[in-house]
Design a protein. Structure first.
Ligand SMILES: Cc1cc2nc3c(=O)[nH]c(=O)nc-3n(C[C@H](O)[C@H](O)[C@H](O)COP(=O)(O)OP(=O)(O)OC[C@H]3O[C@@H](n4cnc5c(N)ncnc54)[C@H](O)[C@@H]3O)c2cc1C
Length: 532
């Protein structure tokens, strides 16, 4: 069943071809993958290179919400919310196996809260119009406790229920890469861009290195798009003469932390939203893949470590605020995984790096004198609209031939088929119409890990084989962090699977997994288990 299309050897052979591509994209997160898919769907010749794995940067570390952004509505940013609500509906339609509606409950403990939040969320509903996912409703205290059994009952007056969406971010990223490849693009992970090719001051391609073999490629392209997330400034730094100073940074990173605890803390399939914690922040408790995700924070950060650590006060904030709203307060000992992502917020020219909440949540596309196009900012939910914007800019500047927009508005991603709520434990439903191909692989009923609370779903041997044959996974963490999300759900359980997964990698790919890779994965699982 291996589609040769996705075999690494076939992709590398195409990268070696002496040719000029229309577009080369740096970075395989939401932004770069969205651009590559849109360009390929418009019939352009596209290559995308990712130095790690797809979504290994910020795009696997989101809160997993497909949302219009209620809090941006509170800030009066109606166009931003309207666009995101439109994109929410598009994503849920094109990838229903990995993106589903999710009901949120905003509990009220003070008299003013219910009418205040009710009115705001009704406005959110109205903005969504026919693309709304369900009505905003006022709930009494008893109904609130039925739907959200984990909520703190003492003093509860009632709640507002409203609808948004939820997804599996890393699986969506891999689907974007695979759909782009099925449309003729060349997408390759574990291949870092190390330099830009320049002629007479114009960028005309890039230089990249295959992480597995060390082979170096020169890739010529009419247009190069830098979609390297919080790392865009390093790629912009490659676009200059030897002695020229680096360009002023575009990005001010802001860190967001999530803690994962058992589903027992928030049983059911409703999420909890606290719009204003005691110090004015937002807190989510979200059922996701059989666990509960608590978060998040928004803390300025000046380094760009690919595996950042949480700050002690971020962990303290999430646990202490969760304790105020959950009937059973989670403690440090209950945390099964902690993960940290860096938001690529766009820096105003005179910013001093102080308050990241005040920085722009919108994306920015900039075109350098050399023709290098840089895109950063925005959010997962709007990746498709961002891609249209980027391509429009490239075409308007004559960097790409004109092709009409809209190619991805109704483009189902690979495997698209009716799905199930993302709050349920992971299982074959996440594979959509490919579930049958998955079941045909050896080990479909050999479970390497079972969801402990439900005894359903989990990670089967066939899922690991599928990741290696069809989903372009290469390393232990590609399989256990981003095809399966076990590292994010339960880091100790992921650590225990390193050996069986390494054995399957060797069997399926013929690549030997050396001691260094095993040690790196062990260190990673420790990192995801360690609280400061
Ligand atoms: C804590 C947190 C919660 C969030 N929650 C949500 C949410 O619920 N919903 C939502 O819609 N959005 C959410 N977001 C926003 C969203 O996750 C990001 O906007 C989005 O993932 C950014 O994607 P990106 O592709 O720009 O960056 P990235 O995902 O970081 O991708 C950039 C990629 O470029 C690669 N790269 C860098 N340098 C090179 C090089 N030289 N060569 C090759 N590759 C390179 C990196 O390895 C990386 O994979 C959240 C963000 C954070 C931080």
């Amino acid at each position: 069943m291996t589609p040769p299309l996705w075999a690494r050897a076939a992709l590398l052979a195409r990268l070696r071809e002496a040719r000029e591509w229309d577009l080369a994209v740096v970075g395989g997160g939401a932004t770069g993958l969205g651009v590559a898919l849109d360009a390929a769907a418009r019939g352009l010749a596209v290559v995308l290179l990712e130095r790690g794995d797809y979504a290994q940067g910020t795009s696997s570390r989101a809160t997993k919400l497909v949302h219009g952004g209620v809090r941006y509505l509170a800030q009066g940013d109606v166009p931003l919310v309207r666009e995101a609500l439109h994109e929410r509906a598009t994503l849920l339609a094109n990838a229903p196996h990995v993106a589903q509606p999710l009901a949120f409950i905003v509990p009220g403990y003070r008299l003013w809260e219910l009418p205040f939040y009710g009115a705001g969320l009704k406005a959110y509903d109205l903005l969504a119009g026919s693309r709304g996912l369900g009505p905003t409703e006022l709930l009494g205290a008893r109904r609130t406790c039925e739907l959200l059994p984990g909520v703190r009952r003492q003093g509860l007056l009632g709640a507002i229920r409203y609808w948004d969406g939820q997804f599996d971010d890393a699986r969506l990223a891999v689907l974007l890469a695979r759909t782009a490849v099925s449309r003729g693009a060349l997408a390759l992970n574990h291949c870092a861009v190390e330099g830009l090719l320049r002629e007479q001051g114009r960028v005309c391609g890039l230089r990249a290195r295959d992480a597995e073999t060390g082979e170096v490629f020169e890739v010529r392209a009419r247009c190069v798009v830098n979609a390297a997330g919080v790392w865009v400034d390093a790629v912009r730094g490659l676009d200059r003469d030897r002695d020229a100073p680096p360009p002023p940074p575009m990005v001010a990173p802001s860190q967001g932390v999530h803690l994962v605890v058992d589903r027992g803390f928030l049983p059911g399939l409703h999420a909890l939203l606290v719009p204003k914690t005691h110090d004015g922040r937002v807190l989510f408790a979200v059922p996701w893949l059989g666990k509960t995700v608590l978060g998040t924070t928004d803390t300025p950060r000046h380094d760009l470590d690919p595996e950042p650590s949480p700050f002690p006060d971020e962990v303290g904030f999430i646990l202490s605020e969760s304790a105020r709203y959950l009937a059973r307060a989670p403690t440090r000992a209950d945390v099964r995984s902690v993960w940290v992502g860096l938001r690529p917020l766009v820096k105003p020219a005179d910013d001093d790096g102080g308050d990241t909440k005040a920085l722009s949540r919108e994306h920015v596309v900039s075109v350098a004198r050399s023709g290098l196009v840089t895109v950063t900012g925005g959010k997962w939910t709007t990746y498709r609209a961002m891609a249209e914007d980027v391509l429009e800019r490239c075409m308007a500047r004559g960097l790409l031939p004109r092709r009409p927009p809209g190619a991805t508005a109704h483009l189902p991603l690979i495997g698209a088929a009716p799905g199930r709520p993302l709050g349920e434990p992971p299982g074959e439903h996440l594979y959509g119409s490919e579930a049958q191909a998955l079941r045909a692989l050896p080990g479909a009923d050999r479970w390497l890990w079972r969801d402990p609370e439900s005894g359903r779903g989990g990670l089967s041997e066939a899922m690991v084989r599928f990741a290696l044959r069809a989903e372009m996974a290469r390393r232990i963490d590609d399989v256990l962090a981003r095809r399966s999300r076990l590292l994010f759900l339960d880091a100790a359980a992921a650590a225990a699977l390193a050996e069986p997964v390494a054995a399957l990698i060797e069997q399926e790919t013929g690549r030997s997994v050396d001691a260094a890779e095993r040690a790196e994965f062990a260190a990673l699982t420790l990192h995801y288990r360690s609280l400061p």
